[in-house]
Write a protein that binds this ligand. Structure first.
Ligand code: ZN
Length: 360
């Protein structure tokens, strides 16, 4: 066993998988994020995909076929190619088998991206996905709009305004339709480069989350479900760097209310707030971004900042820490709390609307 393990490890270390495919098998792929994509699978019975498909992918020393689900390393690949056992194939690769040693080129240095460049490439791809969804995403999808108006109680006029301001877009709420819409309008390759479509998955995870909240300048987006989460399912997935917060330009620019997330932001708009609203994509996100997000409010708008976070542990802590930083920066600020136990959406549903409707 020890010997076999050692043979496989040495084969992985000495024979570059992509070079093997190029030099020995004679097939080339195309670069995809950190790895390579091929339109065919070397396994018997799996074979060729369409010219544009990404049937087979290589990342570092590992390959994976999306069509048949098989995976492995260079020895497994060579085993399929030569019709030998992986052990015999590994020996062959190392020149310790019956045949001659297989000599393949050293890995292409352009595939050896630095970790930072890899991250940047993923972020760039996420940005192009955001742009595609902003430009081509649905501006009206009945099930999504109904969720916002009927469950979240946001007025249709506010939802439409958020769409007009390029904050909201929708994917088809039917998961099959969402998958084909994404393939057609965003493209499988880009979704994979952006890591929104994970290796081994039949569809990108966002097909289950049709509510898309875009962040400024096509940098990132939150994808959200339109029902109660099941078990430990995540309500929302966020892709891309949280470079900017969500921003709502109000009619009173000298007051900036900072809230948690875009649903609270739109809830505050629904309650008639004239303030500008800065919605944090998570309570901790401002800490590293304080200078970029908060200093300009004071310098450009001469604004007072009101923190209006949830009355829970995270919200209270966030408000207190933000107040300290704002004070140190000489920015006038106040801490407010929703008038009821819950977030601003609860305030809209359970406090503001009942009062408002009773008065009307
Ligand atoms: Zn296959």
């Amino acid at each position: 066993m020890h010997d076999a393990q050692d043979v496989f490890e040495r084969a992985r270390a000495e024979v570059d998988l992509v070079s093997f495919i190029e030099d020995v098998v004679g097939r080339t792929g195309k670069k995809q994020g950190r790895g390579m994509a091929y339109n065919y699978c070397p396994l018997p019975g799996c074979g060729e995909g369409t010219a544009s498909s990404n049937r087979f992918s290589v990342r570092g020393p590992k390959w994976h076929c999306f069509a048949c689900g098989n995976r492995g390393d260079v020895s497994d690949y060579a085993a399929h190619h030569w019709g030998k056992s992986p052990f015999d194939a590994a020996k062959e690769l190392l020149g310790e088998g019956d045949g001659e040693r297989i000599v393949v080129a050293k890995p292409d240095p352009s595939r050896q991206l630095t970790a930072q460049a890899e991250q940047q490439a993923i972020h760039d791809a996420v940005g192009r996905v955001c742009q595609a969804i902003r430009e081509r995403g649905l501006r009206n999808e009945r099930a999504c709009v109904r969720y916002l108006t009927d469950v979240r109680k946001l007025p249709l006029v506010v939802v439409n305004e958020a769409v007009d301001r390029d904050i909201l877009r929708f994917l088809p709420s039917d998961t099959n339709l969402a998958a084909s819409w994404l393939k057609e309008h965003v493209g499988e390759q880009l979704l994979r480069e952006a890591e929104l479509w994970k290796p081994g998955k039949k569809v990108p995870g966002i097909v289950f989350r049709p509510l898309v909240a875009l962040m400024p300048r096509d940098t990132s987006a939150e994808f959200r479900i339109i029902r109660e989460p099941k078990g430990d399912e995540k309500k929302a997935l966020h892709y891309g760097p949280k470079k900017y917060p969500w921003w709502w330009q109000g009619t009173r620019p000298t007051t900036v209310v900072t809230v948690e997330g875009w649903i609270d932001m739109l809830s505050l708009v629904a309650m008639g707030s004239p303030a500008c609203i800065l919605a944090l994509p998570g309570t901790g996100t401002w800490v590293q971004k304080f200078d970029q997000w908060f200093l300009p409010l004071h310098e450009k708008l001469n604004a007072k900042v009101i923190s209006l976070f949830d009355p829970d542990v995270a919200g209270i802590k966030c408000g207190a820490e933000l107040a300290k930083r704002l004070l140190a920066a000489g920015i006038p600020n106040e801490i407010e709390r929703p008038p009821i136990d819950g977030d601003l959406n609860d305030t809209l549903k359970d406090f503001w609307l009942p009062q408002h409707q009773a008065a009307a």
